[in-house]
Design a protein around this ligand. Sequence first.
Ligand code: DAH
Length: 337
Amino acid sequence: MQLSEYLALVDSLAHDARALLDGIDPATRVDAAKGQLNALKDARMVALQGALRDLPAADKRAAGGAFNGLKTMVDELMESFIARQRAASGTGPALDLSMPARRTWAGSLHPVTIVIDEICDIFRELGFTIALGPEAETEHYNFGALNFPPDHPAMELHDTLYLGDDTLLRTHTSPVQVRTLQRYAPPIRILAPGTVFRRDPFDASHAPAFAQVEGLAVDEGISFVDLKATLAEFARRFYGKSRRVRFGPSYFPFVEPGAQMDVEVDLNDGKGLRWVEILGCGMVHPNVIEAAGIDSEKYTGWAFGMGPARIAMSRYDISDIRVLYDSDVRFLEQFAR
Ligand code: DAH
């Protein structure tokens, strides 16, 4: 082969490669463009490289230079094709890697849910299991079996949401005590979390639907000491040892004696430290134990009912219960962990 012939082959390959990449549809993906380019040039490059050996020694230098120039040119054509593609799609080196990442909202548990979970965890360690009951209850389970006299004011229309006949939305989780006592033989240690309903106004400290956690322990030889020791231990684990709690007398028809536990809080509303009632408790009334068909001479027990919303407010210094119902992400995301 003559040198001129060789150089003409190099030129024609360079021309074809440029024509290919100039004419290619900009929507072609880079790897597809590379494939088309290789299909065009590979066999012809190998032939040109082989032909180098057969050229007269005097022409080898010039021909080799042209061959190398061709290789560089094809690579540059490919580079500029890639650069054009990137510029068109707005990616590539124009990407600013120092831009802060966009924050993603991973969601969080509601503060009342966090508190219920923690209460359940603490009592689980103390030997309690979870029990559940219906939200639509009968008057019997909600009131009668819990030793409410038939004319008790809690049963008034303006306090309770009746569904008709003797069905109502439970006003507390205490009916789960009766259902559990009827179903299982002592020893019993249960915790019953759930929603309860009252015809209460929606204000800073009341809501018409809210959560309660009921507790019940029934066995032989259970005394008020067990009640006080267990609830004080709960408060220590939940609030930490330095938080002050106190017990005081209270009245509920289904316990005798009845008590309440208060915790000292500062709600950061400028009013300073105060006592807030977080639960009612007491020794289960013998009438309740008997109504469930259990011998009250042999078995005694204690019970409590606490309000996780009140507890969440006491723990997180919240002074208005309504923020717990607002679903305001700016409030809720403070509890994301
Ligand atoms: N059921 C009561 C209420 O909703 C709370 C309560 C008080 C539950 C004393 C108990 C208890 O189990 O022993 O106000």
